[in-house]
Ligand binder design. Structure first.
Ligand code: NAI
Ligand code: MG
Length: 340
């Protein structure tokens, strides 16, 4: 079977980490029919007068799946974030960010293995804002809906069940934000009993942060609203080695866009210094989504082994290899695993 997938290399380090990832995907032997679009962001503006051209959205609606490199957002001027717009236009409500300790990287904990499920479309980032010029009063409305809460919480429970997890923790601030966070917690408590095999608990967000930096091993799946999820997922990325190694996915009912957490890293772009591990693990999540579980596992296992042996790693994690040298060594491991 051939998988049709939209490929958005992005800019900055994007094309380099995409090339490295394609090499590793090739080693899985899975066949892809890539619908490649290079003209997005600044290049899209130049070519089509639009940083997120319709041809790109149409392609993702058609294939249902995209693998995406980072896209630069101009600061304080120019077009709004193509990355945020993609998530909103395609209603990609679940932002899934697994944070797992890799061997061979020096971090405070050796056994972190958790996933943040962040609501990606509403809450504090609904975009409902008001500013009274005369009184100098600003409002940002954290709109929480029952529908929006149900779909992310249900998504988290179903994912946890399907992937053999044990526990779901809902992070909130329902003691103070009685309406908005209160609704999110209430919906969680209603849905939890449907999943008897999964232990359910909840934590107030500030306590959650303390718990995560003291005992991250106690947590498995964490579901939360947009702003809390944004903050928690960076906190957890920091627990496991940082931006070069953390994967991510934006998933909706119709479409899914797979992209690493990191940005376009203009400071190291074009120098073969970028760590493609984050995007390679992102591609492993995509393989799983496409029903290619065996290939997905082979890629993740190869990454873990490469780090354990500290074999040809990139400079950000203390190695001396360049982007493609790391990818080539990893690709060999992947094909060895699959042919074994
Ligand atoms: P960044 O993630 O691009 O870089 C932060 C730091 O981490 C830099 O020092 C960079 O060199 C390093 N870094 C990032 N990824 C790395 C990798 N794979 N290997 C080794 N080092 C890595 O964040 P920054 O500088 O805040 O943003 C740069 C641009 O990227 C901005 O225009 C921003 O809007 C955009 N961005 C795009 C995202 C996306 O496409 N989803 C996400 C985040 C930022
Ligand atoms: Mg963030």
């Amino acid at each position: 079977m051939t998988h049709r997938v939209t490929l958005l290399p992005g800019d900055g380090i994007g094309p380099e980490v995409i090339e490295a990832t394609l090499l590793v995907l090739e080693a899985t032997g899975i066949s892809f029919d890539w619908q490649r679009h290079d003209r997005v962001g600044t290049a899209g503006l130049e070519a089509y007068g639009d940083p997120l051209p319709d041809v790109v959205l149409d392609s993702i609606r058609d294939t249902g799946v995209a693998l995406k490199g980072p896209i630069t957002t101009p600061v304080g001027k120019g077009f709004r974030s193509v990355n945020v717009e993609l998530r909103q236009r395609l209603d990609l409500f679940a932002n899934v960010r697994p944070c797992r300790t890799l061997p061979g990287i020096d971090t405070p904990f050796k056994d972190v293995n958790l996933i943040i499920f962040r609501e990606n479309t509403e809450g504090m980032y609904s975009g409902i804002e008001n500013f009274d010029e005369r009184l100098q009063i600003a409002d940002s409305i954290a709109r929480i809906t029952r529908t929006g809460s149900e779909r992310i919480i249900r998504f988290c429970f179903e994912y946890a069940q399907k992937h053999g997890h044990k526990q779901v923790t809902l992070a909130h601030k329902a003691n103070i934000l009685k309406r908005s966070s209160g609704l999110f917690l209430q919906v969680g408590r209603e849905i939890a009993p449907e999943f008897e095999d999964l232990e359910f608990n909840d934590r107030i967000i500030d306590n959650m942060c303390m718990q995560l930096v003291m005992r991250p091993q106690d947590y498995d799946c964490i579901v939360t609203t947009n702003l809390f999820g944004d903050i928690l997922s960076d906190l957890c990325a920091g627990l496991v080695g940082g931006l070069g190694v953390v994967a991510g996915a934006n998933i909706g009912h119709e479409n899914a866009v797979f992209e690493a957490v990191h940005g376009s890293a203009p400071d190291i772009a074009g120098q073969q210094l970028a760590n493609p591990t984050a995007l390679i693990r992102t591609a492993s999540m995509m393989l799983d989504h496409l029903g290619e579980g065996e290939a997905a596992a082979a890629v993740e296992t190869a990454v873990v082994e490469a780090y354990a042996e500290r074999d040809t790693l990139t400079p950000d994690v203390g190695g001396t290899a360049n982007t493609m040298e790391y990818a080539e060594a990893l690709a060999t491991r992947v094909s060895d695993h699959l042919s074994a």
